[in-house]
Structure formats: C-alpha cells, structure tokens
Design a protein. Structure first.
Ligand SMILES: C[S@@+](CC[C@H](N)C(=O)[O-])C[C@H]1O[C@@H](n2cnc3c(N)ncnc32)[C@H](O)[C@@H]1O
Length: 328
C-alpha cells in the first residue's frame, strides 16, 4: 500500500523558538507547518504559528503544584491557585488565534489537595474559560480503573480527572459517529425490559411510543432499534492509565486522545498540543493520518516525542525507508 505522506518523513528535527531583534521565530522553519515539534514556551510559540491552521487542540497542561519541570516560564508552580488559573487561561486563550473558528479544544485537568482541602481547580479553570468567551460543551469524566491505591481513610480515593470540551461558538466540527460506543443490551433481568408487559411474548410488539410495532425490541434486542453504529458517546470514559517508561510525568492514554481526535478532526487536519510532553497526542494524530504540532518547554521531552514518533512511523504498515526529514 502506497502512502506518500508516510513515505518521506522521519521525525528528527526539533524546531526551536528563537528571539531575534525583539521578535520571535521558529527555527528551522518547518517544511510542513502542520508537522512539527517545537521547543519553547507555549504562550510565545502560539504567537508565531499560522492563524486558524489547527482543527483541534488536545492537551494536558501541568497540574498545579504537581511537578517542577525546572524550566523558565513553566506552568504549574505559581505561588497561588489564582495565578495558575490566570496563566493557564491566558495560554488556552492564545490557542484561539491558531484554532479554526469551528475547531474544538479538549483540556484534560486533574485536581489538587492543598492543606487537606480540595481546590476544585478543573472547574475553576473551566468557569474562567467560559467567562473569557469559550463555550463549555462537555465535561467528560476520565475514570481511571487502575488508579494508584492510596492509604487515605477519611475520604474516597480519587480515580478520575476531567476532559473539558470547549468550542468558540455554537457551530463546530464534531463527528458523533466516529466515537459511538456499544449499545447496552437489555437482559431478562433488566428493569427496562421487565417494564414492558409485552416482553417475552413471541410476536409481541410495543403498544405505544416511537417504537410502536417494532418486533426488534424483544428478546434483548433493544439495541437493534437504535443507531447501527452504537449509541452516542457518553461522558464517562473509563480508560486505564498508560505507562511511558521514559517519562517522569503522567502521559495521556492513547485511547483518550483517540476519542478527541476522531470526534473533532478529519484526516489531514492539524492537531495541536501546546504541552506535548512525551508526544502522545502527536503519535495518535500521526497514526490517524492527521498532521500535528507539539510544543514543550523542555527540549528533552521534545526529543522523547521525536523518538516515539519515529518508533510509531516504523510500525505503520505502509512505512517505507524514511529518507528525508520533515524539518530540513
Ligand atoms: C503533564 S505533561 C504532558 C504530558 C503529555 N500529555 C504526554 O502524553 O506525554 C505537561 C508538559 O507541559 C510542559 N510545560 C510546562 N510549562 C510549559 C510551558 N509554559 N510551555 C510549554 N510546555 C510547558 C512540561 O515540560 C510537560 O512536558
């Protein structure tokens, strides 16, 4: 199978944000602006990216007081939660200039206990973003079935984070069919099934309602009366945490990123992660035939992302011998 896009690409160039005579530029200039890993501060890099060139942003910024990345301009170590919120909202708002008007932004955030008090940071950020003009369209709960056990005895153990889906208005690109999930099939024991007196009677049909007369609603076949690709995606996503042996921070599970990218982009669209870390968003975008831009303040994480991209590239069934760098 021939695919020119994968034929000539090897990801081996990090583009670095440089300041010259008071203005910033990315150097070397990416040959394809929609495939680049850029080392720099997200807020500054965003100023030099092409306007409205990105269809979706999928990102997981540093959480408040979670880790010291030991870099100037790093996010997460502000003296107060309020300052963290202000800085994060500033960076997310800067995404607007690069995001297409019908593009979506997916923001993964976890909360923090400080002096025994839960700060409620994900919602404080979401409300601040709403107030700054974003439209909050969904609050997905990422449930982590393999979350680390904790020795806490006076409250439940936290095993979820949020993924906020934000748009810039009422109209945006969203493909519900791309992420449908299996229907729940009702069993003999199901209340819904038992709630209808006609169930279990051969040849019986619902007497009333929108499915009146539909024989498929019998013998646990409710699902067949609904959308053939499955039911619309729900807001609780149960996805195990992923491990990336090289990374010292939590990496995105690929499945979570996949849901976001499939729902909000088409092949050849560009996906941006302004806090790309080990590059999970970029890998998934690439695997799904989308372009990507990753930004990270730490050069070693940009290198890690490139290494992972090259490994994915080699695994792709149609990859041929890479002979050319995308970055020159
Ligand atoms: C939680 S990690 C992201 C992990 C990523 N989702 C993955 O799958 O590997 C957050 C990243 O943000 C980066 N970072 C912190 N402050 C930044 C800033 N101001 N601009 C760009 N990147 C920043 C950190 O270096 C770190 O790699």
């Amino acid at each position: 199978m021939k695919n020119d896009r994968y034929n000539l690409t090897e990801y081996r160039t990090i583009h670095v944000l440089k300041e010259e005579h008071g203005t910033y530029q990315v150097s070397p200039t990416p040959r394809n602006p929609g495939d680049a890993v850029i080392n720099g501060d997200a807020a500054q890099v965003m100023q030099v990216l092409h306007e409205h060139s990105v269809q979706a942003v999928v990102t997981s910024p540093p959480y408040y007081k979670q880790r010291d990345y030991d870099a100037d301009c790093q996010l997460g170590n502000e003296p107060t939660p309020e300052e963290y919120i202000r800085k994060l909202v500033g960076i997310i708002s800067a995404c607007k200039s690069v995001l297409k008007p019908d593009g979506l932004l997916w923001l993964n955030l976890g909360d923090k206990y400080l002096n025994g008090k839960l700060l409620g940071l994900p919602w404080r950020v979401a409300i601040a973003l709403s107030e700054s003009g974003w439209t909050l369209r969904s609050d997905v709960i990422w449930h982590k079935p393999n979350a680390m056990p904790a020795s806490i005895k006076n409250r439940p153990t936290t095993d979820h984070e949020y993924v906020f889906m934000l748009s810039q208005g009422a109209k945006y690109q969203y493909d519900a069919d791309a992420i449908r999930e299996p229907h729940v099939t009702f069993t003999d024991a199901s209340k819904m099934r038992g709630g209808r007196g006609h169930f279990g009677k051969p040849g019986g049909t619902p007497e009333a309602g929108k499915n009146k007369g539909n024989p498929n609603l019998h013998r646990g076949r409710w699902d067949q009366a609904f959308h053939p690709l499955g039911r619309n995606k729900r807001t609780v996503w149960s996805i195990p945490l992923s491990k990336c042996p090289e990374a010292h921070f939590a990496v995105f599970p690929e499945k979570l990123v996949e849901n976001c990218i499939l729902a909000s982009t088409r092949p050849e669209d560009t996906v941006l992660d302004p806090f790309c870390g080990s590059g999970t968003t970029l890998l998934v975008a690439h695997r799904l035939g989308r372009h990507f831009i990753g930004i990270d303040i730490k050069k070693e994480y940009c290198m890690m992302a490139l290494r992972r991209l090259n490994a994915v590239q080699r695994e792709l069934p149609f990859a041929q011998h890479p002979s050319q760098s995308i970055g020159g």
